[in-house]
Ligand binder design. Structure first.
Ligand code: MN
Length: 226
């Protein structure tokens, strides 16, 4: 297979930047190579990150983002992920986001693109299934059959994103693989706080710095100090 030249993170973020006014939103502009991403590239086998942001915009959805080649590949999942392998969740591919977006939690002003509340709902690292490495991830993404293993705080185990053959913006299905993590437990209903701050959507929308509940706050603090 001919090796296609991969475009840099900067040009991949053109659409992301075009949609946003960075004088009005506190989301990161991205694209200047952060020390972290430069450092990651130098290591032989850098851990790739994933993040899921719960986003209460015009319609509540979960933004599922996988780091690949200097950007966060991004999908909007209206119903969020399911641990049940018999459930297929629609995942609409959206524009690549900057790596710096992985720590964004807060509010986007109303009237701006994506205006509403953003919560860090899960985060961690991920890898190709069966130690396939980055090439397996690139090929899986290009082919529309991306198999990966998540090592998150809430999501674990094997998953697949399958691209559907439909015209227009690519639509995918996010499906849990059958493994020891598969369960019918409703993770979206059960986990309603930030993995970063322990805050609820209401806490974040109200601009509270910390979780209202002391136990949630303690849990978040313990996580941060790990
Ligand atoms: Mn979103």
């Amino acid at each position: 297979m001919a090796t296609k030249k991969r475009t840099g993170a900067k040009s991949k973020l053109t659409e992301y930047r075009r949609k946003r006014d960075f004088t009005k939103t506190r989301e990161p502009a991205g694209g200047t190579d952060s020390a972290a991403s430069v450092g990651a590239r130098k290591k032989r086998a850098p851990a790739l990150h994933f993040v899921i942001q719960k986003h209460d915009a015009s319609q509540l959805h979960f933004d599922f983002r996988l780091e690949l080649d200097g950007v966060m590949k991004s999908w909007a999942v209206p119903k969020g992920p399911s641990f049940d392998p018999s459930v297929r969740r629609l995942a609409m591919e959206v524009e690549d986001h900057p790596i710096e977006y992985n720590t964004f939690e807060g509010t986007i002003p109303q009237g701006e693109y994506g205006g509403g509340t953003v919560m860090l709902w899960d985060r961690g690292t991920y890898e190709a299934e069966n130690d396939g490495g980055i090439e397996a991830l690139r090929e899986g993404y290009a082919r529309g059959d991306l198999k990966f293993v998540l090592h998150g705080e809430r999501l674990h185990g094997g998953w697949v994103l399958v691209r559907m053959k439909r015209p227009g913006r690519p639509q995918w299905l996010l499906i849990k693989h059958r493994d020891e993590y598969a369960t019918t437990r409703d993770v979206v209903a059960n986990e309603t706080t930030s993995v970063a701050t322990g805050r609820t959507m209401d806490d974040i929308a109200a601009g509270k710095k910390r979780a209202a509940s002391k136990t949630a706050n303690k849990k978040a603090t313990a996580r941060r100090s790990r």
